[in-house]
Design a protein. Structure first.
Length: 323
């Protein structure tokens, strides 16, 4: 994206008041869950987690990869689904530790290139290929532990485009994507650093579009001008009806809330977020649990008009085509 990290982070930092550290209780945190599925996946999962970094580059740009995974993976009797993560402009996995560890606690293996320019999706696919090599290496802790029949992608900002582009260019290996704050195309130079209409309409898989009501500058819900895909609604509407899709906005969340630590006080102020990562834990994790682990109860939460997602008090602008 065109200078997104410098221009936009400076803008957000100057317009977002520093928040006070918030007690982490369901009664007082912002964007707290209200229904059983959101509440279940809002909480950390039952598994302790571990993190490792590749000793060598995992993509053609020379970036290393970080992997977040259940710490008991070597003794696991089942293969675990994989999520490939794409960073926003100028960011590394270090900016998303709460979210990435949260996924690992629910039994996902998450691989994240340290690339800070992920929009094309090429380094995201390279991280997938690196994990495939690790899974085939008897010396790796991931040897015969990854379920490559169940692979998803997720990303933030420029990385939201990178995650979707990776899915559409994966030859069907990546089957679902969660996009956080997918930027409108006004921010993209060159244009194909964003997800483009021909790529979107010619693809397959499923997508959950997630943004915030306080992110009207970069990832607005409704069209902000022009004929390009300049809103979450425009992206949702352009997604083929044959793909499972959903869209929702967290109330008062801005472009960087997913980087919360988990709130926005103290250390969090450097990331210029409003509420913190709290609200991103529940339904995005439930979507991945449905799509990659077969949790049909989680999937029912997205049923168009009547699922739990449509009554959750922390969300608005919700649509889906889930029957």
């Amino acid at each position: 994206m065109k200078r997104l990290s410098r221009v936009m982070l400076a803008t957000l930092a100057s317009t977002t008041a520093l928040a006070i550290a918030v007690p982490a209780t369901a009664q007082t945190i912002p964007n707290a869950p209200t229904g059983p599925v959101e509440t279940q996946y809002y909480a950390n999962g039952p598994l302790a987690t571990a993190t490792m970094r590749s000793t060598a580059a995992c993509d053609a740009k020379g970036n290393q990869c970080d992997v977040f995974y259940p710490s008991n993976i070597t003794s696991s009797t089942t293969r675990l689904p994989l999520v490939v993560w794409a960073n926003g402009t100028g960011s590394t996995p270090d900016n998303y530790l709460n979210w990435l560890k949260h996924l690992a606690s629910w039994g996902f293996v998450v691989v994240a290139t340290r690339d800070q320019q992920t929009g094309y999706g090429d380094t995201v696919l390279a991280s997938l290929a690196w994990m495939q090599a690790q899974e085939a290496n008897p010396a790796s802790p991931f040897y015969h532990r990854i379920d490559f029949a169940h692979v998803g992608a997720a990303g933030h900002s420029q990385g939201a485009s990178g995650a979707a582009n990776a899915m559409f260019h994966s030859g069907g290996v990546i089957t679902t994507t969660v996009t956080f704050e997918l930027p409108n195309q006004n921010w993209c130079n060159p244009a194909d650093n964003c997800l483009l209409t021909p790529t979107l309409t010619g693809g397959s898989g499923s997508i959950f579009y997630v943004s915030g009501t306080a992110d009207s500058l970069i990832a607005p819900d409704t069209q902000s001008g022009g004929t390009q895909l300049n809103s979450q609604t425009a992206y949702y509407n352009a997604t083929p009806v044959g793909m499972r899709k959903a869209k929702g906005l967290l109330k008062n969340a801005n472009h960087n809330d997913i980087t919360g630590t988990p709130g926005c006080g103290l250390l969090g102020f450097l990331k210029a977020c409003n509420n913190g990562v709290y609200g991103y834990m529940g339904f995005p994790t439930a979507w991945l649990a449905w799509q990659l682990k077969g949790d049909t109860t989680a999937g029912a939460a997205f049923k168009n008009g009547t699922g739990e997602f449509f009554t959750a008090t922390a969300w608005q602008g919700r649509v889906s085509n889930v029957p």
